[in-house]
Design a protein around this ligand. Structure first.
Ligand SMILES: [Zn+2]
Length: 324
């Protein structure tokens, strides 16, 4: 596969890439997803950096708790992939099923049911196209087909000065929360029936650092569209992140940080003491009006190339994109 003058691999797309800025002027191949989540409960998806299991070493309400750790990339990846699937389906194509057809599903006929509602069998897209569909290409497929998107865990710390947003880190406060489930039966006098513990993160603020191993412009288009979709539907059950969704956990304000920013401008986004500069505002304007629509157009071209029912984009087509 050859690269064009733009620095992107676009020779497979069948449309000319008309990008007003070169790849050298962008943070690519890194894509930083800004995260602001009031409450996150990823189930087993938190790894903390200390041993707090023994009761004498951890007091849940001790304000001196300074526990850092990692948010699982599996939780984050599943959430992002779901957003990407929805974008591809909205464009009129089917999405690659995330699971293998012969996997052991907990519900009977779940795979067949999904194939009737907007999915194709995982890897079926390899028949017509060497790299498969855009989801297969980006997230990976069978055995020797690694995905083109590196999804790291998000490291977190409660101490802001220890958080480096350029490394995909977030400020967040870990607590282990215990719930006593009490008897409703009057005879029992409200005695506890069982105790449920869960680890949660409060006030998550930082970045998730994604890295493209191959610089296909439609990958960027898909990530842009998926993240805006997830942001716009953040309190919809199926697009919340992690668990405890009925309790308001996993409602994320999320956005792709403008790839035209310099590294110090990315840091500035998360520095409460510093406002947006005029240079950043100008980059926001160029990004929203010229770069972003072009990336989305390449996504449309890739989807159209696989699925004949989806029209190829024309040069002046600006549909299909939610605003940046
Ligand atoms: Zn596929």
């Amino acid at each position: 596969m050859t690269s064009s003058d733009s620095g992107f691999e676009d020779s497979h797309l069948g449309v000319e890439l008309d990008m007003p800025r070169s790849v050298e002027e962008m943070l690519l191949p890194h894509v930083y997803v800004g995260l602001e989540i009031d409450l996150l409960s990823p189930g087993d998806g938190i790894v903390t950096d200390r041993h707090h299991a023994s009761a004498d070493r951890y007091e849940a309400d001790d304000p001196m708790n300074q526990i850092g750790g990692q948010i699982s990339p599996f939780t984050l990846s599943g959430w992002l992939r779901h957003g990407c699937e929805y974008v591809v389906q909205t464009a009129g194509a089917t999405a690659c099923h995330p699971g293998e057809p012969n996997a052991d599903y907990m519900r009977a006929s779940v795979y067949e049911r999904d194939l009737d509602s907007g999915y194709h069998e995982k890897g079926a897209c390899l028949d017509g196209h060497e790299d498969g569909c855009v989801l297969y290409d980006l997230f990976g497929g069978f055995g020797d087909k690694p995905g083109k998107l590196l999804r790291r865990p998000v490291s977190f710390s409660p101490i802001r000065r220890q958080v480096d947003v350029l490394d995909g880190e977030a400020e967040a406060h870990f607590r282990q929360i215990s719930n006593q489930v009490r008897s409703r039966n009057e005879e029992d006098g409200g005695q506890p029936l069982r105790q449920a513990d869960r680890g949660v993160l409060g006030n998550v603020e930082g970045t998730w650092k994604l890295t493209l191993r191959e610089l296909k412009p439609e990958f960027v288009g898909l990530l842009l569209e998926a993240v805006s979709f997830l942001d716009a539907h953040s309190d919809q059950f199926e697009f919340q992140l992690g668990g405890a969704r009925n309790f308001g956990a996993g409602i994320g304000d999320v956005w792709v940080i403008n790839p035209l920013y310099t590294e110090s401008e990315v840091r500035r986004v998360f520095n409460r003491a510093q406002a947006t500069t005029q240079a950043m505002e100008e980059k926001d304007e160029v990004w929203a009006s010229e770069c972003r629509p072009e990336f989305v157009r390449t996504l449309q071209a890739r989807v159209a190339a696989r699925d004949g029912d989806v029209p190829m984009p024309t040069g002046d087509d600006e549909s299909g994109g939610e605003s940046a």
